[in-house]
Design a protein around this ligand. Sequence first.
Ligand SMILES: [Zn+2]
Length: 322
Amino acid sequence: MPMEFLKEKHIEYIKSLDAKQGDLEYWLSEHLRLNGVYWGLTALCILDAKDTFKKEDIVNFVLSCWVKSTGGFSPFPRHDAHLLTTLSGIQILSIYNSLDALTEEQIEKCVEFIKKNQLEDGSFQGDRFGEVDTRFIYTALSSLSILGRLTPEIVDPAVDYILKCYNFDGGFGLSPGSESHAAQAFTCLGALAVVGKVNKLSKSQIDKIGWWLCERQLPEGGLNGRPSKLPDVCYSWWVLSSLAIINKLNWIDYKKLRHFILSSQDTKRGGISDRPDNEVDVFHTLFGITGLSLMGFENLNPIDPVYCMPCEVTSKFKKYPY
Ligand SMILES: [Zn+2]
């Protein structure tokens, strides 16, 4: 069977998600709703089909997720704010060049919300419930970067904490001493890249990171998140973006990875799943598409490996230190 990239079907699949509001499935995913909009919109941008979603509706939805009492964004109106959804809200507004839809006061409160979740050791908790993970350092620094509000008081302790999450095998864990995981490589390297501090890692550390990452590729072409795990399309993003940040993208066999991603497409209704023959979802659809974009396949629009947003948008960001 000729393996082709089903661009138009993927656009239709993402579009169909927006029409599913009556479905049980849709309501069950309320806690992911704002993230879901960001995943879908970013995929559409890379597919050069940004206008598939109606800008006004999406911006209004994002604004309805802003939580007045705390200043962050929640996944859905009347839920609690969290750092993960705060980044999604800021990314969506930024992609639509609509950050000015927020008032000065709203932006101040949002910056306060993010800063308040930083702990004494430089790490961040996702919200007041206190879960700590390097994912939240990434989301906090990326959000503040997009808003142009990074300061050394926030950045320096966060960078120190990230460096402690580096493991001797060349990977990064979700906290100091925890097992290396490919998604954590992205959150740690991405956070360092957002603040211009990748050079805090030595050359031998960077080489080791490159080796650990390229060993994630399995004989069938797909990438896994940890040794002896199954391949999964989303690691096309976590691993490739990390390799792109350290300029070692070509340490991966592009052709084999492309084949794995394309075999995970739903040839009937569009969308991409975690691995061939599984159910598709918007998360794996985005990360399959961004993986292909990073490798330069399928004539896709370029994705920024640091921000996971279209380069067209991120090329306008102010670089820290300002
Ligand atoms: Zn996955």
